[in-house]
Structure formats: C-alpha cells, structure tokens
Design a protein around this ligand. Structure first.
Ligand code: ATP
Ligand code: MG
Length: 410
C-alpha cells in the first residue's frame, strides 16, 4: 500500500503539514496549508494525479514506533492529522523548503484543488495515449496521460471533415463546458482540432460506463439515479438539454461518483457527427423517434428506459436487439412509438422504483415528471442520502470480478 510520510510546519502566518508520497518511481512532496480543510477524497484525487497508473482507495502512515496505520475515510484522515499535530513542531522556515517540491501541490480546499486540476490548456503534444476505452457512434475514447498536468484523462477523438469556419463554431459552442461545475457532470478540460479530428479531453472515470455492468441491484441503482437526476437538473438549469441520455453516457468511478457525459452542447458538432453516422438512438423518446419537438421531457423518457434496462439487465423492448451501440434503423424502433411502454415486474422491484420508471416512460411528454417532480419522487428521496460508499463498493467488486475473469481466461 501507498505510504505517506508526514511533517508539520509553520511558516509566516500559516501552519500546515508536508506530505511525502512514497511512490515506486520516487518521492513526491507537497504541502497542505490548511489541513483541517482537507478531505479524504481531496487527498485521493491528488494522489491519483501523481500516480495515474494505480487505483488508490487507501493509504498508510507510520506512527512514532514505525507501525503502519491505514487511512480509508475522513475519520481516519482526521486521526492522522491530529497525530501529526501532536508531534513536536518544527517551526523553522527551513522545514518548509526542506523537501524538493516536484509534484502538483495538494491545496487548501477542494475548490482550489479542482481549479488546479482543471485549469490550463491541453495541447496535443503533451498527451500520451494509453489504452482504448471504447468506440461509439462517431468517436474513439482513449485513456491518456497529460504530461504537463500529471494527470490521467479520457480523450475522445472524432474524425470530422468540416471547414475551418465550422471548426471555430464548434470550439466556441464548446466554451460553455468550461462553466459546467457540478459533481454529477464530467469535468471538461479542453478541446482541440488536429487536422480533421477533434479531441475532447475530460476527466477519466476508472469504473467506465454503466452499459457494461450487468443487472444493477436496486439499492445501488437508487444512488445512481439520484446522481443522474441531479446532473440533468443542473444541465437543465443552464438551459442545456442532454439529448443523449443512455447507460454508456453515465460514468462511474471507484470513489462511488456517478457523472454524465456526452451532452449535446454543440449543435454543430452533433450535426457534423450525424452526417457520418446514420441511425436512430434506441433510448430516444417516442416523440423524437417520430420527428417531433424535443424538450426536457424527452431527456426524462431516456432516464426511464435507461434505468429500466440497467435494472433488468436487458433492453426493455425484447423485439429490439441492440447488438452494438445504440443506433438502429428507424423502422425497428417504431414499436416504441406504437406500443404501450413496458412496465417493470412489480414482484422483483419496489413499488417506488416501478412508479418512478412508469412516470418517466409516459407516452405523452407532458405527463412525465418535470425536474422538481423528479427530485421529489419518493424513489429519489429514499436514496438521496449521500452514501457514495454503496456505489463505490459495488464498482470495486465488479471491477475485481472482471479482472479475475480476464485472468482466468488467459
Ligand atoms: P455515443 O458515441 O453515441 O455516445 P458511446 O457512449 O457508446 O456512444 P463513446 O462516447 O465514444 O461511445 O464512448 C465509448 C466508451 O468509452 C464508453 O462506452 C465508455 O466505456 C468509455 N468512456 C467514455 N468516456 C469516458 C471517461 N471519461 N472515462 C472513462 N471511460 C470513458
Ligand atoms: Mg458516449
């Protein structure tokens, strides 16, 4: 396990601690000015930033007799910080500069930390592409390492044969992404064109997208639904419609966070991709399949059908076979327009959950819940308890199972 070596210091009017992260490739030193503001998750983010290759869920420190103590939560972090504070204080200014500072620094608060992680333009030459994470309608997503920022990214590369004018229009339409600031929306870092390809750099989520998880238990799905509804409510408050809500655009990580990605902020980008890829999205609301107007209610339908699929472990319309991706010939989706929407089997799921899905999948858009009704639904209220641990444990277990399965097949 990762070892942190701690030292307290005071300099000028600031007190803090210095943390040395012992990594296999050398030591990384950082100072924290206001340790009381530091949370366990801030520290994990910063550690992952300097050690992007490793999945870290805990770390250790040594007490005065050399025993190693594990830190896995805010409580344990508090204990670690108070242990450092009770040790003799080395107040000489030399202590501040005594360790070479060669890492991105751990900062005062999560807001500041986020600023550090998200600012700065990303340039194509500074990116080292690693594995391919997936391929969708239009683009390929890679895990990549940003050399200057010392961080792992997800980079979506989309080939687009368009004029420089249109490229500029797309870049300006993407500007709004810098303003998106919600823990339920994937953090956007930067976008750039190289020749006829656009690269869109975002936060990397180590649990990937929900489409690859089979049958998610209701108590986990409840917490995921809360995050998705909060993410959408946030986008709608900025007058942004998602337009592509589906399991592959819901990402999770081992910290138990759930975030939305791939929402359509750039009309020009959406249109340019649509010219290359023909087909209709199977998660689209009936009114969209019929070519009618699109609104918030259409996003709500897509929430319903996505969660129904995630609960059942199969697409809710058995006559629609989704082999690869979600784009289908329009005729195959006609049953979504013509038939009564499917309903979850009551015996297997709670009444609250069945009601939530049924409301979201009302055929008439106006009958579906509005944003505040979604937030106030009993199913959402029940699971809005901030318990990220449930999702975190489930993601870690599924990743572990997948790893074991892959090793078994080798
Ligand atoms: P569409 O192109 O219609 O959105 P899609 O969502 O399946 O379809 P992509 O958006 O290209 O396709 O994504 C491909 C895959 O890459 C996703 O299914 C997901 O597993 C992975 N992926 C995308 N973004 C990230 C990210 N930020 N972190 C980790 N994995 C990601
Ligand atoms: Mg996607």
């Amino acid at each position: 396990m990762l070892l942190l070596v701690l030292n307290n210091f005071c300099a000028m009017d600031t007190e803090g601690i210095e943390i040395r992260i012992k990594t296999p490739v050398g030591d990384m030193d950082s100072s924290v000015d206001c340790p009381s503001l530091l949370s366990f998750s801030d520290l994990l983010v910063a550690i992952r930033d300097v050690m992007p290759e490793t999945t870290i869920t805990a770390f250790e420190y040594e007490d005065e007799v050399g025993d190693r103590i594990t830190v896995r939560s805010d409580e344990e972090l508090k204990a670690m910080l108070s242990y450092v504070n009770t040790r003799p204080n080395d107040c000489s200014p030399a202590a501040v500069g005594s360790m070479p500072n060669n890492s991105s620094s751990l900062k005062k608060s999560s807001a500041e930390l986020k600023k550090i992680l998200t600012n700065g333009q990303i340039n194509g030459q500074d990116i080292q592409y690693q594995e391919q994470l997936g391929h969708g309608n239009g683009g390929t997503v890679y895990k990549a390492y940003h050399l200057l920022g010392n961080r792992v990214l997800a980079v979506k590369v989309i080939p687009l044969d368009i004029t420089v004018e249109l490229q500029k229009q797309i870049m300006s339409e993407l500007e709004i992404l810098y303003k998106c600031d919600s823990s339920y929306i994937i953090t956007f870092y930067s976008a750039f064109f190289v020749e006829n390809r656009i690269s869109i750099c975002t936060e990397y989520m180590d649990g990937g997208s929900l489409d690859v998880y089979r049958r998610i238990p209701e108590h986990v799905l409840g917490r995921i639904s809360v995050a998705v509804v909060k993410g959408l409510t946030y986008l709608w408050s900025l007058k942004i419609l998602h337009r592509d809500v589906k399991p592959s655009n819901m990402l999770v990580n081992t910290r138990g966070q759930v975030k939305l990605c791939d929402f359509g902020v750039s009309t020009q980008l959406v249109n340019s991709i649509a010219k290359t890829y023909v087909g209709t999205n199977a998660y689209m609301a009936p009114e969209r399949i019929s070519g009618e107007q699109y609104g918030i209610h259409s996003d709500v339908w897509s929430v319903g059908i996505s969660f129904m699929e995630l609960a059942l472990g199969a697409f809710p319309y058995p006559q629609i076979q989704k082999n690869q991706g979600s784009l289908m010939p329009l005729q195959l989706l006609q049953c979504i327009v013509d038939e009564d929407p499917p309903v979850l089997p009551v015996g297997q799921f709670s009444q609250n959950f069945v009601h939530f899905i049924t409301q979201c999948m009302k055929r008439l858009p106006k009958e579906r819940p509005a944003p505040n009704n979604l937030m106030d639904h009993a199913f959402i209220l029940l699971y809005d308890d901030g318990n990220a641990e449930v999702v975190s444990m489930w993601v870690c277990r599924c990743l572990e199972e997948r790893r074991a399965q892959a090793q078994g097949q080798m």
